[in-house]
Design a binder for this molecule. Structure first.
Ligand SMILES: [Zn+2]
Length: 409
């Protein structure tokens, strides 16, 4: 996670086929604690057989900020994660807990259960391992399965430095380190700093001397034009980390996180088809992400319908050279093809953009933005469609400005 530039995927059970087939196109997996707890045996079988085949590292995200919310109607996965943490009382049906509710006994209990869960993750039934190994269609040996590459102790989302949650996070960390020492795994621990703004995140990071940190800034949507100043603050915070020799991996990030590598970001993770940012207050969601087309020149997913309309008149703006696309139009592709295409494109983006000099990055972003703008002015489509298409490319010039601002710092 901390060497340049690590492209991780956040694992969901609907992604198994994509992950299995494309392991050459990403570097590792983030397994959400909720999924690891809920679909326990299947997730182990899948992740461990994959780790035995390709040595791809994986890490389990405790998703602990979940328990800072009131969970009026908790999902089964929430209840099971609380059980894994040895603390069913983490599910608060009637009120949102306060930092004071996290007394020392609870903190110690949660910290030790989580480390035990990570250390014991490689225990899988032979039958389960073999079932998933068979799907890889190449011989893999159970003894080659790997432990999680790192252990991320439970952490909390901090809104402001005085809100008490940073202290809970620090105590979870300290209790985890103590327990991990006793278990001989302290060197695997990596601290997660989660904050609701980039400035708060940067201040929290400056208080710790860890050489490697994991970052989550809640709801930081790199495509929203109004995120501009927040993105500049994020880049500035990353540069400050770099000046302290702190390497930072982002739990959520899209294409912009690839560009932020030049400001010190060592890698990022995203879901397949979605998940380039995440709000810590969970919205009710269900099932797999919608079928959308990842437009290489926009570095984002857009509706297949819109992509198809643009493709018919301006194929050069939409086309992709990856093997999944091979001459197909967006609407000719099936769901699986759309998802695989997006993972392949991200790998190609990293290859192309990681070391590109910043002036050239800015120039290319501006040129792509202007190509789209000109094309959309001539697009024969209803106003509503044109407006939606225009909204899908407004971030390019904003990104160019973000890169310029950071270059001046
Ligand atoms: Zn493609």
């Amino acid at each position: 996670m901390f060497s340049r530039f690590q492209h991780y995927l956040s694992y969901g059970s609907t992604d198994q086929q994509t992950v299995r087939e494309l392991s050459d196109y990403f570097d590792g997996l983030i397994v959400p604690g909720t999924i690891a707890a809920f679909q326990a045996e299947g997730t182990r079988g899948f992740v461990l057989s994959l780790s035995a085949r390709s040595n791809d590292p994986y890490v389990i995200d405790p998703r602990f900020p979940l328990f800072q919310n009131r969970l009026g109607t908790p999902k089964k996965s929430h209840v099971m994660l609380a059980d894994v943490l040895g603390a069913p009382e983490l599910i608060n049906r009637s009120f949102a807990p306060s930092p004071r509710d996290f007394h020392d006994g609870l903190i110690k209990n949660v910290a030790s259960h989580w480390i035990d869960f990570n250390v014991g993750f490689e225990n899988v039934q032979v039958k389960t391992f073999e079932k998933y190994a068979a799907r890889l269609k190449e011989p893999v040996l159970p003894q080659d399965r790997q432990d999680p590459a790192f252990v991320l102790p439970p952490y909390t989302m901090v809104d402001s430095e005085g809100d008490g949650w940073a202290d809970v996070s620090d105590r979870l960390w300290t209790a985890s380190v103590e327990y991990a020492h006793a278990k001989g795994v302290a060197s695997k621990l990596r601290r997660v700093i989660a904050a609701s703004s980039a400035r708060t995140w940067g201040r929290l990071a400056s208080k710790h001397s860890d050489g490697e940190l994991v970052a989550w800034i809640s709801g930081l949507d790199e495509f929203r034009v109004s995120s501009e100043s927040e993105l500049v603050s994020y880049g500035a915070a990353l540069r400050e980390c770099a000046s302290r020799n702190q390497r930072v991996f982002a739990l959520y990030g899209g294409f912009l996180s690839v560009l932020f590598s030049r400001h010190g970001l060592s890698g990022s993770s995203h879901g397949i088809g979605f998940g380039e940012y995440r709000d810590w207050v969970e919205l009710p969601t269900s099932g797999a992400p919608p079928a959308r087309y990842y437009v290489p020149k926009l570095h984002r997913y857009i509706g297949v319908d819109i992509a198809e309309i643009i493709w018919r008149e301006f194929p050069e703006l939409i086309d992709c050279e990856c093997v999944e696309c091979s001459g197909l139009s967006p609407s000719d592709m099936d769901y699986h093809g759309l998802m695989q295409h997006s993972v392949r494109v991200r790998a190609a983006e990293i290859e192309k953009w990681l070391d590109m000099p910043t002036p050239q990055v800015i120039e290319e972003l501006e040129r792509d933005a202007s190509d789209f703008r000109l094309a959309l002015q001539r697009l024969s489509a209803p106003q509503k469609v044109v407006r939606r298409a225009e909204e899908s490319c407004a971030h390019l010039t904003m990104w160019a400005r973000v890169m310029s601002s950071l270059d001046l710092l």
